[in-house]
Ligand binder design. Sequence first.
Ligand code: HEC
Length: 195
Amino acid sequence: MQSNWIFIRIKSKIGLISTKILVLRGQIPCLATRSTARILFATAWLFCIAAYLPARSGYAVEYPRDYRKWVHVKSGLIGPQNPAFARYGGIHHIYANERAMEGYAAGRFPDGSVIVFDLLETKESSGATVEAERRFIDVMVKDSERYAETGGWGFEEFKSNKLTEGSLTAQERTACYSCHTGVKGHDFVFSAFRP
Ligand code: HEC
């Protein structure tokens, strides 16, 4: 009788264990699928964030591709007698994209406006002053939300040897902005379009 009871207990224990195993076996693939899904989801998120960050990170102003095909606003020549010669000496041309052209006409520049200040060295040739190597380009991009702290304009400089990589520190950008606040009334833009 006793041995029979023990047998039943063992049997029921085995039954319990096997039910547990059965339950677990049923759940493992489910758990595995769920965690794989979670990992995949998290990875996808990380990819999205990684792709989004460089574009939005900090101040990032993009290199204005094809700006040489935009509207030429004006040119200027800064010679050795000018106090800004070391920094801005040479011949510069200013270019504006379509949006910025609306801005020149209206006096307020819509978001998406891009203006390029293209600075080149000069050289003398038979009594003529002509363009030489590019020194750098200074760029202003209007995005009133993103660059709210600097009048809605993003400032950047691309050196001639690294034309696609911005070079300004946060402090230098602030310096661009502070000088351009001199023309706050014209939406921080110095130049005017000469028809
Ligand atoms: C000391 C004053 C001063 C500083 C600093 C300065 N700018 Fe300017 N910027 C000017 C002036 C003046 C012009 C107009 C030049 C002309 O009309 O030929 C100009 C023109 C420009 C233009 C063409 C649009 C406009 O306003 O006419 C861009 C783009 C520009 N600057 C970007 C920059 C960037 C980027 C920096 C910082 C690296 C910078 N500027 C720093 C004075 C300054």
